[in-house]
Design a protein around this ligand. Structure first.
Ligand SMILES: [Cu+2]
Length: 168
């Protein structure tokens, strides 16, 4: 079989880029440990309350050690359930001191949602059946808006909360 010179060049280029990209993916996945935020940890989306972290009384912010916090959140169309305050009103603001380490644990009961704390490096996809986890250090003080960045339906724009990082 005779191949034209240019055809050969293109073949080598095409196969070469394919091999290169597979190498990059392999390097990221197996060497750097890059993987989806769900960490392949599963949960029954129909019964998220069965999981210790997502029992209604365990939702919201909890200080687990000095300067270390965990926030448990259940997303659903079209709300972030961050627990309720003493008066029984839904919590919409998470307040943590500057420099604290915060582990966000989020799951969803229905469809795919997003969990982005705008202005920080927290940006996760939240999939039904999975628990999305991300730990971060709140380096800057300010008010950061939590937004759903996966279009989840008609009330998508109503999904929000606030993370307030205050100076101590
Ligand atoms: Cu949403």
């Amino acid at each position: 079989m005779h191949l034209h010179k240019y055809e050969k060049i293109w073949l080598v280029f095409g196969l070469g880029s394919l091999a290169l990209f597979l190498l990059i993916i392999g390097f990221a996945a197996f060497w750097k440990g890059t993987h989806p935020q769900s960490h392949i940890e599963t949960i029954d989306p129909q019964n998220v309350e069965a999981h210790e972290s997502f029992k209604p009384e365990n939702l919201g912010l909890r200080e687990v050690a000095d300067g270390k916090y965990i926030v448990n959140i259940v997303a659903s169309a079209f709300n972030y359930d961050i627990g309720s305050d003493d008066a029984g009103k839904p919590v919409k603001t998470i307040r943590v001191p500057k420099g604290s380490t915060v582990l966000f644990q989020v799951t969803t009961k229905d469809v795919v949602h997003g969990f982005q704390v705008a202005g920080t490096n927290v940006n996760m996809m939240v999939e039904p059946g999975h628990i999305s986890r991300l730990e971060t250090v709140m380096k800057n003080a300010g008010e950061f808006t939590v937004v759903c960045n996966e279009y989840c339906g008609i009330g998508h724009h109503q999904m929000f909360a606030t993370v307030e990082v205050y100076d101590e």
